[in-house]
Design a protein around this ligand. Sequence first.
Ligand SMILES: *Cc1c(COP(=O)(O)O)cnc(C)c1O
Length: 390
Amino acid sequence: MKDRTRLNHPPRVQVPADNVPLVAPLYQSVKFEYPNVAETMRGLQGKREGFYYARSSNPTTRQLEVSLAALQGREEAVVCASGVGAIAQAMFALLKQGDHVLCFVESYGPTLALIRRTLHRYGVTHTMLSIEDDAGIERVLSTTPTRLVVFESPTNPVTKIADIAHITAAARRHGALTMLDNTLAGPHQHGQYEVDLFVHSLTKYVSGHGDVMGGAVIGSSALIRQLRSDFVLFGGTLDPHAAFLLQRGLKTYYLRYESQSAAAQQVAEFLATHDRVSHVHYPGLPQHPRHAMARAQLRDFGTVVSFDLREGAAAGDRLADALQLFSIAASMGSAESLVIPPALMGPHDLPPELQRLSGLAPGTIRLSMGLDDPDDLVADLAQALAATRP
Ligand SMILES: *Cc1c(COP(=O)(O)O)cnc(C)c1O
């Protein structure tokens, strides 16, 4: 064998079966080989364990799926390249022409755009309500045959709380599936409810470091098997290296989420006492309209706090500029603390009556806690509120 060929077929390091690495290894390989054609055929037919091609599965992405399913308290999970990828691929896998979707004005902008624009092109209809419209939810589900209810809790940015038990019970009664975008609450929460499918942006709290994107759908074996066969064809595969980093993020998941939630509570309590702030949106505050429901549903109230500045949008933008420790940037759940000023706040493309339902005021500002000391975050908000006082 010439050196060039030998380099391409090196001796293999074999780790003995009883000698396990503490960290699940990164299998940065697209292809996996079985010993012969017959075993390859058995592998492809699902008659033996193993991997073949990474668009279908890879040990590192599979490890992440198993970890996430266990954390969310469900049988199965399928991961993909982003949170929006998870939402889009799940909806395309579940819906067909003529189906009806119930969705909510407080939901993530791209989710609503997918339903209102993209799925509309494929003949999927929808009704949009406010997540707090319990009577409307019952009315729509009992009068319009509905395939899927897509919702969030807490909502982003004004942290409205969905009555999850009511929504899931109503959906079951009327034969609709429920899909909860559980990104803000995180995969350690809401598992006690009869939600059919959880979707997550892993980009946020699972990554935790703002350096990798990913998405997941979590549910029963039967539903995830059905989704997976389409996901493999849609091709929004999560790269094994991203899966490895997300798996690493999971090791510190609880530490980060608990610490950021505690910081959010402290910041929310500070803002609630400030004379320039007309309203603080945080489920952990007793004055939150659904605080009791949030207490019953959530273990941690979350890391996002929004507040309305009395003087409106321009003052909110000036305040964001005056903050030193909060970066003006999208997303949440990273080590850095972040602020979204009124100028960058959606939804801008909804009809006025739906915009009013969204709960956004002209001066709404969203904060996302990083890993900074909460005392410093409060001091930074205090100095910015003082420095920009009109
Ligand atoms: C960020 C986010 C998403 C989208 O996730 P990406 O990973 O950015 O694609 C979906 N839903 C919610 C609630 C989010 O906050």
